[in-house]
Design a protein. Sequence first.
Length: 201
Amino acid sequence: MKKLLLTLFLCAAGLARADAVDALRDFARDVKSGKASFTQTVTSPDGKRKKVSSGSFEFQRPNQFRFAYAKPFEQVIVADGRKVWIYDADLNQASSRKLADALGATPAALLAGSNLERDFTLKAQPAEGGLDWVQASPKQAESTIQSLKLGFKGRELAAMEIVDGFGQRSRLDFSAVQANVPIAAERFQFKLPAGADLIEQ
């Protein structure tokens, strides 16, 4: 009986993990636009220091997105399909670079890109914290990301966890997720605020 239960448990776990990969594929294929609130927790490599920020995220495929950090500092990251803009309100400074140079195999490409399996290798991970996880490994050798995981609750994107090349861990928890909602085109256009400095890379 114990062996039968163990076999059933392992089969169920395998199905849950496979579902996470399917959920990500479905998300990339079927969700053409969306918006959500997020809380981001950044943990230092030694695990001792944490920084928490929050804001909103909007995207429209292909390659248009807007991350707006509200707390503790205002920062906006906007991609208009050609360029990525980063604006720091405290410094009143913006930088821009070509999308092709900035996007690559990044978390933003995973969420708003147009070719998931060209840029990433997908592998199911064990369920944890009530979420089904899938690991997306960048195919580009020069990627600055050590590991990237997405967590799904059923078919809904719930979290993203990133470990960079220095071992710093960032986790984004999404809430109030709305899929395939109309988003105004100007949300993905960046206008340089009056008096702001612009650094083009």
